[in-house]
Every structure is written in structure tokens, then in C-alpha cells.
Design a protein around this ligand. Structure first.
Ligand code: SF4
Ligand code: SF4
Ligand code: SF4
Length: 321
């Protein structure tokens, strides 16, 4: 990917402008939500790979990262995150696996919990990304633009569930500051953005229904209907709900017969990478610090200007040779 001087100027301007733009307006509930009824999931134990996981991988395979090798080292970090040799791994989230089934044994029962991005109403990942690489869509989903992401992983740091996953050796930073900036590109479930914008359901939702019919684990639909159905089932069937208040509300609701407090205690005992904390406060709803934004914006603007100046100097030298 070759980038001209004009494109660099454009990018620098964009970065500065994005950093200085207040992002509160990007957070709102959106049109759709997903209900995930874990009382119905058997983890597709009789199949080589859970149907929903397979469907997700198939749907998104054209967007999985293809890193350059060898992957360049990043100062000051001594390590980088490379999942490209573990593409078949389905027991956790990776840049090549945006949905996994978490198995938990509680009180003699086995729970299978489909885990993916919660698509928060007020997403810290969107607000925390200094480059504006994440956006909240009108449909309610959050999407990473892989062409803008520098792989700094701020989105993962601020995500209460550590959902976005980084792959090194890919991305725009390789052209800008290969040894100093970023560390790759972040990947996660985007709620099948391309499909839902075409009026289709997410691939995992369709795949589970093809197997279980009316008894399917996932239900996708207008947010109000999904929230209403979930709250009626909580009332009528004594189920427990997760995702309605966590992090200020999300577009993903889980239903369970076992309290989520108990599930999370178990996950913590298991030292699971992906936990389900019940008390999840949204740091951006709680601490609004306008001066922090201005300082961050100025910093980003400075870095962007530095990048452009450095590159122009380098380009000039190249032209003189
Ligand atoms: S959600 Fe459906 S498709 Fe996915 S593992 Fe559970 S039963 Fe299988
Ligand atoms: S779950 Fe994490 S990655 Fe997904 S929208 Fe919320 S903060 Fe962002
Ligand atoms: S909504 Fe789409 S991207 Fe997200 S887990 Fe399901 S299939 Fe994968």
C-alpha cells in the first residue's frame, strides 16, 4: 500500500480532527439487539465445531488478517501478538475467531455460553480509540475500521470484557511508523454489519436456528421487542438476565437459570480470560473530563504532525537520491 504526501496530510488532519471531536454523540442504543438464551445451548457437542462458530468464521474469512512475515519488532515492546499460526483455535476469541463457546461447570451442570462483542449502548471502545477507528452504527453494533486501526489496543484496555483481539504485522502503521507505532490491527465481532445492513440476520443466529429451529439459542430482532421478551421471561420463568444494565446497557442480552454472579465467580476461579462481571460501570459515562480530551487531542495532533513531517523529509531524501 503506497501512501502519497497528500494522503499523509489528509490522514494527519483526520486524526487530529477525530481526536478533538467529542464522541458522546456516537453512543446510542440502536435498532437491533440479540437475545442469547444459554438454557438452550448444548455447545453443539455432537458436531466437530459449533455451528454458530463455524458460520462466523465462514462469514468473516475474507477479513481475517494476513500478516507480513517476519513480523517487525515494536519498540519499546519486546513481544507482539501473532495468532496467524493458531487460526484453527476456537476455544477463545482471536483475530481469526470472533465468537467462541465458553464451557462452565456449575453445581453439576454444564453451561455453554456463546461469547462475542456485547455491542454496548455507550461503547468505551468507540470513545477510547484515539484514531476514531471504531464507530457505533445506527443498527446498534460497533465496528472496527481495519484500514484506520493502529493496533494500540486501547479498545481492549477499556472494554470490560477484553473483546477486541490484536494481530501484529498488518495495518496502516506498517507504512507510517513500523517500529514505533501501534502493533497491528484489532479484530472482533461486528454483529455481521454487512449482513444486517442488507436486511439479513447475523450468520451465527441463522446457523443456530438451522440446527435447533424454534428452540434456537439466539434471537435477533428490533431492540424493543428483544428487551421486552427478555424481561417477560425473567418475570414469568424466573430466569436471570445479563447485558441490560452492564456497562450502561448493551445490545446483547443473556438469559440463564443460574445467577450471573455465580457464573462469574466460577469464571474467576477458572482464571478465564473472558469473564462476566456483574457490576460493570461505564467509565466514560461516569468520568467526563473535557480537559483530558483536549490534552489527548493535542497530543494526537502533535504525533500526526510529527509523522507527516518525518515522512516528508524522508520522501524528499528519497527524491534526491
Ligand atoms: S449457540 Fe446454537 S449453534 Fe452455537 S453452540 Fe449453542 S447450540 Fe450450537
Ligand atoms: S463489548 Fe467491548 S468491544 Fe464490544 S462494544 Fe462493548 S466495549 Fe466495545
Ligand atoms: S454476529 Fe456475525 S461477526 Fe458477530 S459472532 Fe455472530 S457471526 Fe460472528
Amino acid at each position: 500500500m503506497d501512501i502519497s504526501r497528500r494522503q499523509f496530510f489528509k490522514l494527519a488532519g483526520l486524526l487530529g480532527a477525530l481526536a478533538l471531536t467529542p464522541k458522546e454523540g456516537q453512543a446510542y442504543p440502536g435498532k437491533f439487539a440479540t437475545l442469547i438464551d444459554i438454557t438452550k445451548c448444548d455447545g453443539c457437542e455432537d458436531e466437530p465445531i459449533p455451528r454458530c462458530v463455524r458460520a462466523c468464521r465462514e462469514e468473516n474469512k475474507d477479513r481475517f488478517p494476513e500478516p507480513i512475515k517476519p513480523i517487525p519488532p515494536y519498540w519499546p515492546r519486546k513481544t507482539y501478538e501473532d495468532w496467524s499460526d493458531k487460526r484453527e483455535l476456537i476455544t477463545r476469541l482471536t483475530p481469526y475467531n470472533w465468537l467462541f463457546i465458553q464451557k462452565v461447570e456449575i453445581d453439576g451442570q454444564t453451561l455453554y455460553i456463546p461469547r462475542r462483542c456485547m455491542h454496548c449502548d455507550s461503547p468505551p471502545c468507540v470513545k477510547g480509540c484515539p484514531f476514531g477507528a471504531l464507530t457505533k452504527q445506527p443498527e446498534g453494533n460497533t465496528v472496527i475500521d481495519h484500514n484506520i486501526c493502529f493496533g494500540g489496543a486501547k479498545c481492549r484496555d477499556v472494554c470490560p470484557w477484553q473483546i477486541p483481539q490484536r494481530q501484529a504485522g498488518v495495518g496502516l502503521y506498517l507504512k507510517l511508523l513500523p517500529k514505533l507505532a501501534g502493533g497491528g490491527v484489532m479484530y472482533k465481532c461486528d454483529l455481521c454489519d454487512r449482513r444486517i445492513k442488507r436486511g439479513e440476520e447475523p450468520a451465527c443466529v441463522v446457523a443456530c436456528r438451522e440446527r435447533l429451529g424454534e428452540n434456537a439459542v439466539y434471537k435477533f430482532g428490533p431492540r424493543e421487542e428483544i428487551y421486552k421478551e427478555a424481561s417477560e421471561r425473567v418475570k414469568n420463568e424466573g430466569l436471570f438476565i445479563y447485558g441490560d444494565v452492564q456497562n450502561g446497557g448493551t445490545a446483547t442480552l443473556y438469559l440463564s437459570k443460574i445467577p450471573f454472579e455465580k457464573i462469574d465467580v466460577k469464571l474467576r476461579e477458572m482464571k478465564a480470560v473472558f469473564q462476566m462481571p456483574v457490576v460493570v460501570k461505564n467509565r466514560y459515562l461516569e468520568e467526563i473530563n473535557p480537559w483530558g480530551k483536549v490534552i489527548l487531542g493535542a497530543g494526537i495532533l502533535g504525533v500526526a504532525t510529527g509523522i507527516v513531517s518525518g515522512l516528508i523529509t524522508r520522501n524528499k531524501k528519497d527524491e534526491e537520491v
